[in-house]
Design a protein around this ligand. Structure first.
Ligand code: ASP
Length: 426
């Protein structure tokens, strides 16, 4: 069976087991309740945590080695600047489109009308970094510390510098270049190995989540929940589909078939960062994107391109304003678009971070930050869905950039994924 099919089965089985465990844990049979609690709090927690840790463990080494390799292969040519420029511009434009769509649709659907605020709302937002701090924070003073802390933007800057230096170092640098080339293969093989844990890991993550999830909260906020999902679906299919079709002249359906594993990982882990090794693997092996492009666009996207997050923030802003009976002016909407787009740059792709930067957006337009308390309860499921869109956006932009540079392998892209490329050929 193909790996993506097994992951899908793991997801479905996890959701089913989680949902079935709920009545068991609350039921009258104390043995069954104890067993249910043990499964959820111990067995699934251990399995899920090991899975996420095994993904995260690869992020820094993979990012470092792959990007040094890509940058050194490209040298300090003008091409590199062009790729960087196109990538940044596309990331910003797609996020801008995402939030605009979210604001438009949310205003049509009015998810917050009729939501009374009688209940206690109490929320203490974590401080979001300012633009100045974000800018300074991109430049590392100590690469080892940047890696130890998993600061992706800093590691990206250091790796780019190292790769360019390698390209400049002439024959003396060749052994070092060779080491990075070789290590790149080794780490890709490691990703392949660990991906075989995925069906079990995904099963544990989802079983635990669904055993603990409060469904009644979702029903109460059904309109908000549905609006976010609707805009995510529209952006994920139409915006990306049209860009791929009209700009890159590639089939969106083939694209979708190829990116599926990355979307499944994004959905299950709710973290673009943890999914990064899989996204890179998918970009290079299944979409046929050259390492020189993917090694730059994918890690950068995992950190700063969050269309799904921006969509949630757009809908949430309108929802909270309506729930409090407040109006947002035209200038306010522009501020939301700008802040949400920029906020996604500073936020790392980890679970729940979108809610933290939402505080920044709300403050910007003078809406009560406590309003976040309204949606916190159902955020995890939406986090999963929007992370899948975030990852899809990274892959779309990578495909657009690679295709415009002639660095997309059409044979790999077009090949229907009937064989599992993760299984290394013996
Ligand atoms: N979990 C999202 C991601 O990793 C970020 C967020 O929206 O909270 O991409």
């Amino acid at each position: 069976m193909k790996l993506s099919t097994r992951i899908l089965l793991g997801m479905v089985a996890g959701i089913a087991v989680g949902v079935l465990l709920r009545p068991l844990a609350d039921g009258p049979d104390s043995f069954a309740a104890a067993l249910g609690a043990w499964l959820v709090d111990t067995a699934f927690e251990v399995g899920g945590s090991i899975f996420v840790a095994s993904l995260k463990l690869m992020v820094v080494p993979l990012l470092f080695v792959s990007l040094v390799n890509g940058a050194s292969a490209m040298g300090a040519s003008a091409r590199m600047g062009r790729i960087a420029g196109k990538t940044l511009a596309l990331y910003l434009v797609t996020t801008g489109i995402a939030i605009t769509l979210a604001l438009l649709l949310a205003n049509l659907i009015d998810p917050g009308l009729g939501v009374g605020l009688e209940g206690e709302v109490d929320f203490d937002p974590a401080a979001a970094p300012s633009a100045k701090e974000v800018l300074i924070g991109i430049f590392p003073s100590n690469p080892v510390q940047a890696m130890a802390e998993g600061n992706m933007l800093q590691v990206i800057v250091f790796s780019l510098l190292m790769g360019i230096a390698l390209a400049h170092s002439g024959p003396a640098g060749e052994p070092a270049r060779e080491v990075f080339r070789s290590f790149n293969e080794v780490i890709m093989a490691m990703v392949t190995l660990l991906m075989h844990l995925a069906p079990y890991g995904v099963f544990c993550l989802l079983a635990k989540l669904f055993a603990e999830l409060g469904f009644s909260a979702i029903l109460d906020l059904g309109k908000y929940f549905g609006t976010v999902l609707l805009v995510l679906a529209i952006h994920g299919s139409l915006t990306y589909g049209l860009l791929l079709w009209l700009v890159a002249r590639r089939s969106p359906l083939t694209f979708l078939r190829n990116v599926r594993p990355a979307l499944l990982f994004g959905f299950s882990t709710a973290s673009s960062n943890a999914t990064m090794p899989v996204t890179l693997n998918v970009a290079e092996q299944r979409l046929g994107i050259d390492n020189r492009v993917a090694s730059f666009t994918v890690p950068l996207g995992a950190t700063m391109n969050m269309d799904g997050t921006a969509i949630m923030q757009g809908v949430a802003t309108v929802f909270i304003a309506q729930a409090y009976g407040l109006d947002i002016s035209m200038g306010g909407y522009l501020a939301v678009i700008l802040t949400a787009t920029l906020a996604s740059i500073g936020a790392a792709g980890v679970p729940g971070v979108g809610l933290i930067t939402l505080a920044l957006v709300l403050e910007q337009v003078g809406l009560p930050v406590e309003g976040i308390a309204l949606i916190v309860g159902i955020d995890r499921l939406l986090d999963m869905a929007r992370t899948a869109v975030n990852v899809c956006g990274d892959c779309t932009v990578s495909t657009l950039v690679a295709s415009s540079e002639g660095l997309l392998d059409d044979k790999l892209f077009a090949e229907v994924s009937d064989r599992d490329r993760y299984v290394a050929d013996p």
